[in-house]
Structure formats: C-alpha cells, structure tokens
Design a protein around this ligand. Sequence first.
Ligand code: MN
Length: 320
Amino acid sequence: MERRAAGSMFLLLVRRDWQAAIARMTFESHQGRDTKLGQLPILRALPTKGRRMVGPWCFLDRYGPLSFTEGKPMDVAPHPHIGLQTVTWLLQGEIVHNDSLGSKGLIRPGGVNVMTAGAGIAHSEETPRSNAGLLQGVQLWTALPDAQRNGTASFQQIDRVPQVELPGGVTQVFAGTLSGATSAAQYHSEIVGADAQIFSKSALNLPLNPAHEHAILLLSGDAELEGERIDARSLYYLDAGRSQIGMNSQEGARILLIGGVPFPEPILMWWNFVARTQEEIAEARRAWEQQERFGEVSEYQGPRLTAPPLVRFAHPNPAS
Ligand code: MN
C-alpha cells in the first residue's frame, strides 16, 4: 500500500515537473535592476545575469514616467562609444542629441534616433530647455557585427516611424519589419524593434519571424503574455522558432518588443564600449582619456564624462 501510494505521488511530481517545464519553455523572465544614469533613475533590463543579448540587442534601459518643473532629468555629458548602435525611443518628452560628427537631433515620441558608433563617436543627451516637463522612454544598444564594427560613425534621425493598426492594437516599428511595416532606420543585423499598444479588453497577436529570438518589456498598463500576467520590472525572453505571440490587456497596455537572429559572435561590453578583446577596450578607454580618436561634442555646455577605472572588467558575453 505504502509503496503504491509513494509511486502515485512520484508520478504526480513527475507530471508537475513536466508541466512546469512546458511553462518554462513558453518564456523566461529576467528581473531588471535599479540603477542611475546621472540623476535619472533607470531600470536596466538588459544585460541581466541570465540574459545578456536578444538577437543583436545588448543593452536596454527603461526610464520614467516622470514629471518635473525645473532642471534637466536627462543630462548625459559627452562620452564615447565603439562597436555599437544607440537606439533612442521616447514615450513622453524630448531629448536633444549632439555628437562629435556635428549632428544635432531633437527626438520626440513617435520618432527614433539611431547613432552608429563604428570605430568611435562621442555624444551627449540632455533634456532641452524648452520641454513638456515629462520624460519617459527606453535607451537601447545593438552590437555591430565584426564586418561593420570598425566602420564609419553616423547618425540618423527619423521623425515618425511606421505604424500598423491591427485587431486589438497599434504597433510602431522602429527597427526591422513587423506586420508588413518596415522602419527606415539602418541596422546591420536581422532585427526587429517595436512599441505595441494593446487596447483595453483586447487581445493582440503579433506575427514573429521564427528565425529570431525575442523579448518583451511591459511599458505601461496591464498585460498577459500567452495567458500569464507580466510585470514592468522583468524582461520576458522567447526562444527562436515562434511564428507569433499572443497578448491581452484589461485596462490597456504598451509593450516593447525586441528581437533578432541570435548574435553569432561573442562580445565584450565595458562602460560604453562593445568590443571583442580586452585590449580593444583598454585602447578605447586610453584614447578617450587622452582626448584622441573620438572628437569633440562642441555643442554641449560643460565637462565631458571621465572613464571609470579599468578594474571591474567586462564579462565574456558568449553568443546565445
Ligand atoms: Mn551614449
């Protein structure tokens, strides 16, 4: 009797484990980490301990919503980048970008700024004097593939990205192609990036490229991902091989979707640099500190950022 009871219990446990395994295969959640960008509180959703890249996306900071009456909550003095693209997407407010090429860009909600660092660029990002008193957005980076990472720096501003109306919501596409809409922003990997609004009491299904892995970040409101409630402090990762994703909302929501073909090269990330070797990072740091290679951001009023000491070194970032 006892042995039979134990046997049934064992089968029950096995079955539960199996069901849990199926649930885990559906998606992984990775909790973001609170930190600061100057005075601005941010949630760093990528990289995390458990997930360092999603396709070529290697960095995701979430900030706001916040309101202010004076000062500039966003004030990032001139700093250098190598080996990556910065992608700025706003939900509320304004940011002014200035860089060492002489580009100046005022970004507003609905538009995207893409800065390609290549072998080196410096830029500043700040709240303009004339502003709405609101700030909310995401700052993303893509890693450049080896063939492009030592190329020419450039800056692209798109005032209005394509928008697709779907049953249950509206999607704005700032990277790659989704639901037949293609962003004019230039990327160097197979990629997707979108901000999807889900209407209240609605379900939204987004078609996915099965060659891409993807991740979802809840930006506002309430949402269920494949029937499971998600929170705004975690990045939800979905393996490649899916042709669609289903979400729904009671009160309405906005979600960020990023994805791409799993990045085929291991990268090293340290401070504002994406590289392949520690020597490249040390050399980029030295050049910035010696005021070589990156040029000047002459439009910014104030001192530039100083590189941190090279003690806490980059983690190897195996291709995932
Ligand atoms: Mn930057």
